[in-house]
Design a binder for this molecule. Structure first.
Ligand SMILES: *[C@@H]1O[C@H](CO)[C@@H](O)[C@H](O)[C@H]1NC(C)=O
Ligand SMILES: *[C@@H]1O[C@H](CO)[C@@H](O)[C@H](O)[C@H]1NC(C)=O
Ligand SMILES: *[C@@H]1O[C@H](CO)[C@@H](O)[C@H](O)[C@H]1NC(C)=O
Ligand SMILES: *[C@@H]1O[C@H](CO)[C@@H](O)[C@H](O)[C@H]1NC(C)=O
Ligand SMILES: *[C@@H]1O[C@H](CO)[C@@H](O)[C@H](O)[C@H]1NC(C)=O
Length: 818
């Protein structure tokens, strides 16, 4: 990247003209960006803006990255007094007005990286007293300019540099003290004043890209390393390409300054350089060596450095390593001088398909081995663990995550003799089944078999476990007693219900998200005696009332168990009208919620009303009336039918003088007194003193149900027709009459008959067989009571002398005397 060309300048001027042109014209307003969320984070990245858009003054975070903004003017950011974070990363920023950031007195983070700033202006930062983080990487400035950061007293993280940075002078970082992190990209640095990066300590972490100096100017590289190396500082060296003896000389500085942790990132190195590095670092108190994206160009022949001393080394961490000559790569047999010390070794994502047993045996101090994301199979893993013979006997943590292991029983046999093993991570492997029993070391506490293909759980799992991760398998049931378990992860399986809490008396954390749970209840939760932290979101919840109420109170923190995965992950799946609604927001009506109570209450009420009605109807003898009415209607219809059959014109044939309605119990009286007296007036009667004066009375024809009813006909029909064919109806009233159903019918038929109009008003004749006052007649015989009060009635005299008169009157009433 050279000087900006004329074309660049012309374009820049055009941009500026556009933006300022818009501003100076009062009619054209600045474009505005309203992509702010509830937390007032305004994400205006990738918006295509060419100048700073208008954003609400209340914004706390403003992300303007990846736009085409070329300039920030003096009033673009006025009013943003509360803005905490501003990113202009990845724009075309070439000009910033000296007072552009003056209003941002709350600003803590400012990112100006990946722009076109050719020079830094100390005036920009003069009001940014609160700034903690400043990123100026990848801009084409060649130097910082002195005292640029003098006013940034709160600065904790500073990143600067880029391909154009050539010079760092003492005083460039004056005022900067107490930095926690410093990142300098100085691959093309050619001039460095010793001490330029000094005095910014205490530094937790320094990241340096010094590719050029390491290749061409090791003195300069040494000077830089010397300025930032402190025992507590983690040194990160990026983008180095170290091939020759000379290149490693700067590490003499780090060694002499007792740096303990070095990270190489994007680092390519030859055998020669490694040997030299080991020699340079001989006896240095280095404890941790991290290598990320390392390319080994050689063949692993490092034995020339055998005599060196690295006993302080404790941790090797290698990730994304590429071995160019992998088939020439020598075994690590000669490396016991290096491998006998570390207790932690990680070789991650580096295409390791085996670590030979002989190498494993060199790692005599090993406590932690991480071979995740490699190509181990059951067979090569067996080799790595020396066929389970208990080499690596100090091992406490073993991580085989992300390999191609398939047999859980092989795994358990291989580790069974590792008598100190507490953690085993075999997640992301190909396990699909569990044997019924597995030997495990009795120390095993943590087991991770997540992201495999397990479908069932067997007693293969050791009961000593305290943390068990089985998430993202296909498990559909969990029924195993694990008394020591504190944490159980079952998310991403196919469980239909919570496992029974009584199986896990010590469980504190349970995650069971993304299963097929429909519901769970307070008692399910209570069964877990010690549960504190439950994550059960993203299941197929049936939003019943109990569940909604329970969950809402649980989300509000009522009870001992907290749902720590957030309210928004609990969503109803059914009933249909609630699908997709957050459970916490669902309101269900009382009718739905207390359905049983509601139904039983309403049934009870209906039953009660029904019973009340029945009692009422019974009290009012409604049934009796209904029964009667129905009988009458039936009888009426059949009588009409009969009449129609007999011919419209024919009058009802009056074949009786009277129909006698009486109770069966009064039959004696009717047969012994009434019938003889009326039907066949006897000789003896003619001798009566009353009768002698008169001619013999005409015999009357009576209709008696016993005698005259047609057998085989319905009794009601018989009654009807008898009454129709009788001129009068004589009611023999007595206590018995009142008690007889049929008599009542007869009485009431006579009532209907009265209204029929087919007979005269005097159709009914009452004969009182025994003294019976109106009050003795039950109320429901209103008809009778009415008749008794309106019609005069005949009373059967108990003494002999009144009877003649009685018969006379009766005969008279029946019309027999006329
Ligand atoms: C170093 O600077 C030159 C020009 O000054 C440039 O061409 C080169 O790409 C830069 N090197 C790196 C590693 O960026
Ligand atoms: C790694 O370093 C090389 C130079 O050695 C550089 O070209 C490349 O971009 C770097 N890669 C990353 C990912 O930083
Ligand atoms: C590397 O260089 C140093 C000093 O320049 C020298 O003492 C040492 O012998 C060299 N080592 C090798 C292996 O060339
Ligand atoms: C094992 O490695 C994986 C992937 O590198 C990592 O996520 C996991 O935390 C490691 N397990 C342990 C117990 O350190
Ligand atoms: C189990 O392993 C997976 C994948 O490596 C990881 O994401 C998870 O955090 C581990 N579980 C626990 C409880 O550490």
């Amino acid at each position: 990247m050279g000087q900006p060309t004329d074309l660049h300048l012309a374009l820049l001027l055009l941009f500026l003209a556009l933006c300022w042109g818009q501003r100076s014209n009062p009619d054209v307003r600045r474009p505005s960006c309203d992509r702010c969320d509830r937390r007032l984070v305004c994400n205006c990245s990738y918006g295509g803006w060419t100048c700073v858009p208008m954003v609400t003054d209340r914004a706390l975070t403003l992300d303007l990255s990846f736009n085409y903004i070329a300039a920030v003017t003096g009033d673009d950011l006025t009013g943003h007094g509360v803005l905490g974070s501003l990113s202009l990363h990845g724009n075309k920023l070439a000009a910033i007005h000296p007072s552009a950031f003056d209003a941002l007195w709350s600003l803590e983070e400012l990112d100006l990286s990946d722009n076109q700033l050719t020079a830094l202006n100390r005036r920009w930062f003069i009001k940014l007293g609160a700034l903690r983080e400043l990123n100026l990487l990848h801009n084409p400035y060649s130097c910082l300019g002195s005292h640029a950061f003098q006013t940034l007293v709160q600065l904790r993280r500073l990143r600067f540099g880029g391909p154009a940075l050539e010079e760092l002078k003492r005083g460039d970082l004056s005022g900067v003290a107490g930095l926690e992190e410093l990142t300098v990209h100085a691959n093309n640095l050619t001039r460095y004043e010793t001490g330029a990066l000094g005095y910014v300590w205490p530094l937790d972490r320094v990241t340096l890209s010094l590719r050029g100096p390491f290749l061409q100017n090791t003195a300069l590289a040494s000077a830089v390393l010397g300025d930032v190396s402190y025992p507590e500082t983690q040194l990160v060296l990026e983008d180095l390409h170290v091939m020759r003896n000379q290149s490693v000389q700067p590490f003499r500085e780090t060694a002499s300054r007792r740096v303990r942790k070095i990270t190489f990132r994007n680092f390519s190195v030859s055998d020669e350089a490694i040997v030299d590095l080991l020699m340079v670092m001989n006896g240095a108190p280095l404890t941790s060596l991290f290598m990320d994206a390392i390319t080994l160009m050689g063949e692993g022949r490092w034995e020339r450095a055998k005599w060196t001393d690295h006993k302080s080394i404790d941790e090797f961490y290698i990730r994304n390593a590429v071995v160019l000559k992998v088939f020439h790569f020598a075994s690590f047999l000669e490396l016991s001088f290096l491998l006998q010390y570390p207790s932690k070794v990680s070789v991650i994502n580096s295409q390791v398909f085996v670590m030979p047993c002989i190498t494993s045996r060199l790692l005599v101090n090993l406590q932690y081995l991480d071979l995740s994301d490699n190509l181990l199979t059951d067979l090569t893993m067996t080799e790595t663990l020396c066929n389970g013979d208990g080499s690596l006997k100090g091992l406490r943590v073993l991580n085989f995550s992300g390999n191609a292991l398939k047999s859980l029983s092989t795994m358990s046999q291989q580790v069974a003799k590792l008598s100190k093993l507490t953690h085993l991570d075999i997640s992301r492997n190909g396990y699909s089944s569990m044997p019924m029993g597995c030997p495990w070391p009795s120390t095993l506490r943590y087991l991770n078999i997540s992201r495999a293909k397990l479908t069932t759980i067997t007693p293969c799992l050791p009961i000593t476990l305290e943390v068990l991760d089985l998430s993202n398998n296909d498990i559909n049931g969990f029924n195993l007693f694990l008394p020591a378990l504190r944490e159980l992860h079952l998310s991403g399986n196919k469980l239909l219900r919570l496992p029974s809490g009584s199986l896990f008396p010590n469980l504190q954390t349970l995650s069971i998200q993304s299963n097929t749970l429909n519901t769970f209840s307070p008692s399910d939760i209570r069964a877990f005696g010690r549960l504190q932290d439950l994550r059960a979101g993203r299941n197929k919840f049936v939003c019943s009332c109990d569940f909604v109420n329970f969950l809402r109170s649980a989300l509000q923190g009522v009870g001992d168990v907290r749902l720590t995965d957030g309210e928004e992950s609990y969503v109803c799946d059914s009933p249909l009208h609630l699908q997709g609604e957050p459970v916490g927001g669902v309101r269900l009506s009382v009718v739905v919620c207390h359905r049983v109570l509601f139904v039983s209450l309403s049934c009870g009420a209906a039953l009660f009303v029904g019973m009340l009605a029945c009692v009422l109807l019974w009290r009012l003898h409604a049934f009796w009336y209904l029964k009667m009415m129905w009988s009458w209607l039936r009888a009426k219809r059949s009588s009409q039918r009969r009449r129609r059959r007999d011919g419209e014109e024919s009058e009802p044939l009056l074949s009786y003088d009277a129909f006698v309605s009486y109770s069966e119990r009064d039959a004696g009286w009717v047969e012994n007194f009434l019938v003889p007296e009326l039907e066949e007036p006897s000789f003896s009667r003619e001798n009566d003193e009353d009768a002698t004066t008169h001619r013999a009375p005409r015999p009357l024809t009576l209709c008696l149900h016993k005698r005259d009813f047609l057998p085989g006909h319905w009794i009601v029909d018989n009654i009807m027709s008898a009454m129709e064919r009788s001129r009068r109806t004589v009611f023999i009233l007595s206590e018995n009459f009142v008690l007889s159903d049929w008599c009542r019918y007869e009485l009431d038929f006579s009532h209907f008959k009265l209204f029929d109009g087919s007979a005269g008003g005097e159709a009914a004749i009452l004969v009182l067989l025994e003294p019976l006052s109106k009050e003795d007649v039950p109320k429901r015989f209103c008809k009778l009571r009415k008749l008794m009060s309106s019609n005069t009635y005949l009373e059967w005299p108990q003494e002999e002398e009144g009877r003649g008169e009685f018969w006379r009157r009766l005969r008279c009433a029946l019309g027999g005397e006329d």
